[in-house]
Design a protein around this ligand. Structure first.
Ligand code: SF4
Length: 379
C-alpha cells in the first residue's frame, strides 16, 4: 500500500472566526518551526524504513505563509529521508491573501504540483462575514496567477449555507468558480464548531444560521450544477474534472490507507493505530530540540470502531463501500450483516447496492449521518 504524508503548517495571518483547526497568528517562530519539522522528518523516516509515499500535502493553518525557500527546504528533507514515488501528488493549500505570481512560481519550482486555493466565496459580503483576509478580487487573481505560474492541477474551496445567502448568490459563486475551469472544487457546508468565535456570535444573537432545508437545497444545487459542467461528485464535499484530478491525498483518509502527519497537531493512521502530535508550536519545537518525537497520544482501534469508520468513510464517496474489501478486512458478509437497514434505505431511494459496492444516491448523500448511524447500530 502506498502511504500519504501530511505536513501541518500551524500559522495564519488572522484566525477566521469559524475555524477550529490548530493555528496561531504569531508567525515569529516560523523558521524555528521549519527547522524542527526538518528534524521530525528525519526522525519519523528512521522509524518507518519500509513506507513508500505518493502524496505530500502541506495543509494548515496557512502553508502559503511559508517562504518558497522554506517549502523547498521541507520538500528536500522529505525527498532525502522518505521513499517518494516519482509521480507523487504534492499539494499546497494557499490563502489568496498570502500569495503573489512570483511566490506561486517559486512554489512550483520547489516541486509543488497541485495547489488548493481557499476562495470560500466570490462575494465580498460573504468574505467579510467569514472575516477572511482577502477580497473576492484577490481570490480571482490568485486563481489566474496559479495558472500563469504553471499549475495545471488547481483546486478551490467554497463555503455554502452562510447566513443571508440565497440560491441566487450561491449560484453566482458556483458560476464564478466554474468559469476558472479548476481541476477540483470543494464545496463545504458552513458549520459552526463549538468553542469558536462564530459559535459565540451565534449564541449572542449576532446572526441567525440558515435553516437546514435551504442548506440542503444549496448542496443539491452544487451537485447538479457541477455535474452539468462535467465534474464528478466523487465525495460528499468534493468534485473533480476527471478521475486523475481527485485529491489523491484525501482519498487516503477515506480509504483506510496509512498516512503520516508531521508538525504540531498532525494526526497519523497506520491500521489499527491512530497517533497524534502535541498541539502547541512551542512545545513541538522544544520536544524536537530535546531529540524526542512530538507524539502526544495514540489509540488502538477495535475492529468494531474500524467497521463504523469504514461505513461513514465509504458512504461519503461516490464509489461507496467496496463489498469485497469489507469482507477481506472484517471477515464479515456486508449484505448479510446490514440487510435490514439496506433494504429499508434501498426502498426509500437513499442507497444503491450491487454485487461490488454499496453507495448513497445523490439524495441519500443528504442523509449520510442518518444512514450510517442506522447501519452502525447493527455492529
Ligand atoms: S486561514 Fe484557514 S486555517 Fe487559518 S484560520 Fe482561516 S480557515 Fe482556519
Amino acid at each position: 500500500m502506498i502511504w500519504g504524508l501530511y505536513i501541518h503548517v500551524p500559522f495564519c495571518i488572522r484566525k477566521c472566526p469559524y475555524c477550529d483547526f490548530y493555528s496561531i497568528e504569531d508567525i515569529s517562530s516560523k523558521s524555528a518551526y521549519v527547522q524542527a519539522l526538518v528534524r521530525e522528518i528525519s526522525m519519523r523516516a528512521a522509524s518507518l524504513p519500509d513506507a513508500v509515499f505518493d502524496t505530500i500535502y502541506l495543509g494548515g493553518g496557512t502553508p502559503s505563509v511559508l517562504d518558497p525557500a522554506e517549502v523547498a527546504q521541507i520538500l528536500n528533507a522529505v525527498y532525502g529521508e522518505f521513499s517518494i514515488l516519482g509521480d507523487a501528488e504534492i499539494t499546497i493549500e494557499a490563502n489568496p491573501g498570502t500569495i503573489t505570481l512570483r511566490s506561486l512560481k517559486e512554489f512550483r519550482a520547489a516541486g509543488v504540483n497541485r495547489i488548493n486555493i481557499g476562495v470560500q466565496s466570490f462575494n465580498d459580503d460573504n468574505l467579510a462575514f467569514l472575516d477572511r483576509i482577502h477580497s473576492a478580487k484577490q481570490a480571482a487573481d490568485a486563481l489566474d496567477d496559479a495558472k500563469r505560474a504553471g499549475f495545471k492541477n488547481v483546486g478551490l474551496d467554497l463555503i455554502y449555507g452562510l447566513p443571508g445567502q440565497n440560491k441566487g448568490s450561491w449560484q453566482k459563486d458556483l458560476n464564478a468558480a466554474a468559469a476558472f475551469f479548476p481541476a477540483h472544487i470543494s464545496c463545504y457546508m458552513f458549520t459552526i464548531e463549538d468553542g469558536t468565535k462564530m459559535a459565540a456570535d451565534r449564541d449572542a444573537g449576532k446572526f441567525v444560521p440558515l435553516c437546514s432545508d435551504r442548506v440542503s437545497a444549496m448542496f443539491a444545487r452544487a451537485s447538479k450544477f457541477l455535474l452539468s459542467k462535467g465534474y464528478e461528485h466523487y465525495e460528499i464535499s468534493n468534485f473533480a474534472d476527471s478521475r486523475q484530478t481527485r485529491s489523491r491525498h484525501n482519498e487516503k483518509y477515506w480509504q483506510n490507507i496509512p498516512y503520516i502527519g508531521l508538525g504540531p497537531a498532525a494526526h497519523s493512521y497506520v491500521e489499527p493505530e491512530r497517533f497524534w502530535n502535541c498541539k502547541n508550536v512551542d512545545q513541538y519545537i522544544e520536544t524536537i530540540l530535546s531529540d524526542r518525537l512530538p507524539t502526544q497520544g495514540s489509540e488502538g482501534l477495535a475492529a468494531s470502531q474500524m467497521m463504523i469508520e469504514a461505513l461513514y468513510l465509504g458512504l461519503r464517496q461516490a464509489d461507496g463501500i467496496d463489498i469485497a474489501e469489507f469482507k477481506r478486512r472484517f471477515e464479515t458478509d456486508f449484505k448479510e450483516k446490514f440487510a435490514p437497514v439496506l433494504n429499508r434505505f434501498i426502498n426509500s431511494g437513499h442507497i444503491e447496492l450491487d454485487s461490488g459496492s454499496c453507495r448513497l444516491t445523490r439524495r441519500g448523500l443528504l442523509f449520510l449521518d442518518t444512514v450510517a448511524a442506522h447501519m452502525a447500530e447493527l455492529i
